[in-house]
Design a protein around this ligand. Structure first.
Ligand SMILES: Cc1ncc(COP(=O)(O)O)c(C=O)c1O
Length: 369
């Protein structure tokens, strides 16, 4: 008997392109021969200030790491309810907002149901769609990264199999916001709208408001948020969202019971107690983002797009973006480059601490065009 492994792999998974994982920080640090402290890590929109003091203290004092966590994350959802001014029953937590994207699609998609997306945007939307046997449809944003709402309305009218639309505000990687008018037009469609507000706290500094409470008023709206960016907990994987009432029991039913682990629970609870500390760091990062954009004006090969998040997208002119990324990396500065429709030859730089920006500037001064 010959063993045909293909027989055991779902045909769509067999065809699927592998997600290109980033080189782990420790590995890169060894490859570059630089200790982590000498690397300006500005490639993944993490929060360089890390966890808040109370989050760290609660991790240090944690006494129940040997016990499985509460499957319903009751304490954390209650604390989030207080923080947001919402009923905790409408809040769900996950192993990062990433897991919540996947869980929503697991509940909603039957094979060949469609997800509509507006690239360039966050890569997990197509990834989780394909993994969940959905069909990925996209309508490109325009040159200012505004979405084409007329085309979206037409696409939904033409295709009853479109079940979910992902809308990211501020959008990653462009940094722009969706207007109320556009969100209202999306909500008027017979689809589930997943509004991803992973970076909303940074936009709030310039007056943008979260729409998380809109989920209480709209049966077709889910709003996702995360502790990764606001609270410096990217490595602990903890995100949350506000959900319409009807979907909550279904997500609870299909999620892994212990998805939010004890350490993530504790760190998130501690972070919420330090909201003032966190928002001061947000202010620092927004100020540093603005300082970085000002300083980068000196470099004619970088054209910034306006951003409401903790990162800035730059069009790279007169040099290959990958080459630029590689040269910066050799100087210990990590940025993200893109070679994709809509963001071809662009780089995205996360806001860092003042010394990260200084290292970036020094490295840029050494770039060979
Ligand atoms: C737009 C957007 N949504 C969600 C996430 C994922 O957040 P988490 O770390 O909570 O999974 C990211 C992370 O980069 C993001 O950029």
């Amino acid at each position: 008997m010959t063993f045909d492994s293909n027989h055991f792999v779902r045909p769509d998974i067999r065809e699927m392109e592998a997600y290109k994982p980033i080189v782990p920080f420790e590995v890169l640090s060894k490859q570059l021969g630089r200790p982590a402290e000498q690397i300006a890590k500005l490639n993944a929109n993490e929060n360089p200030y890390g966890p808040s003091p109370t989050a760290l203290k609660m991790l240090q004092d944690g006494a129940f790491f040997h016990i499985y966590p509460d499957p319903e994350a009751r304490d954390l959802r209650a604390a989030l309810g207080d923080y947001l001014g919402m009923p905790s029953g409408r809040i769900l937590c996950g192993m990062g907002a990433d897991e919540l994207i996947d869980l929503v699609l697991r509940v909603v998609l039957s094979p060949d149901d469609c997800v509509l997306d507006m690239p360039p945007t966050f890569g997990m939307y197509p990834f989780s769609t394909v993994v969940n046997a959905g069909r990925y449809l996209s309508i490109m944003r325009d040159e200012n990264f505004e979405i084409d709402i007329d085309a979206i309305e037409q696409a939904v009218a033409d295709n009853p199999r479109i079940k979910v639309i992902f809308a990211c505000s501020p959008n990653n990687p462009s940094g722009n916001l969706l207007s109320d008018e556009v969100v209202n037009r999306l909500l008027a469609l017979p689809v589930l709208v997943v509004l991803d507000e992973a970076y909303i706290e940074f936009a709030a500094v310039s007056g943008a408001e979260s729409r998380i409470k809109w989920a209480l008023a709209h049966d077709n709206l889910i709003v996702l948020r995360t502790f990764s960016k606001l609270a410096g907990l990217a490595g602990l994987r903890i995100g949350y969202g506000a959900f319409p009432e009807w979907i909550v029991p279904h997500v609870m039913k299909i999620k892994q019971p212990y998805n939010v682990h004890v350490a993530a629970n504790l760190a998130a609870l501690g972070s919420l107690q330090d909201a003032g500390w966190l928002h001061k760091k947000v202010d620092l990062l927004v100020a540093e983002r603005n300082r970085m954009v000002g300083l980068l004006e000196e470099f004619a090969f970088l054209w910034p797009y306006p951003s409401h998040a903790n990162f800035v997208l730059f069009k790279v002119v007169g040099i290959d973006a990958y080459d630029l990324q590689q040269q910066l990396q050799a100087h210990g500065v990590l940025v993200r480059y893109y070679r994709k429709p809509g963001i071809d030859n662009c780089i995205r730089i996360s806001a860092g601490r003042p010394h990260d920006t200084n290292q970036l500037i020094t490295a840029l001064q050494k770039i060979q065009l």
